[in-house]
Design a protein around this ligand. Structure first.
Ligand SMILES: [Zn+2]
Length: 85
């Protein structure tokens, strides 16, 4: 006897197409899931890049000014226009 796999009927959150899946926590059809993953991956990489370049600037700023600003304080100073990079 073939093993019965429970299928869940879902409506894609992205394109609104109905689809079936065997995983209950799936929100996107296979096509949109692929797009979502690609976009998430891209965003994550770019967010990381931003943080790493900020951290480099922060280190340089601390070196140049003999300060020891934390990342949060540095971001706040940047936001308030107290730090020029
Ligand atoms: Zn879709």
């Amino acid at each position: 006897m073939a093993k019965k796999i429970k299928r869940f009927r879902k409506v894609c959150r992205c394109c609104g197409d109905p689809f079936e899946t065997d995983r209950p926590n799936i929100k996107y059809c296979s096509e949109c899931a692929q797009t979502q993953t690609e976009e998430n991956g891209k965003n994550r990489t770019e967010a990381n890049k931003g943080i790493y370049s900020d951290l480099r600037k922060l280190k340089r700023y601390n070196d140049q000014h003999g300060t020891n600003l934390s990342y949060g304080k540095y971001k706040l100073a940047l936001f308030l226009g107290k730090v020029k990079v």
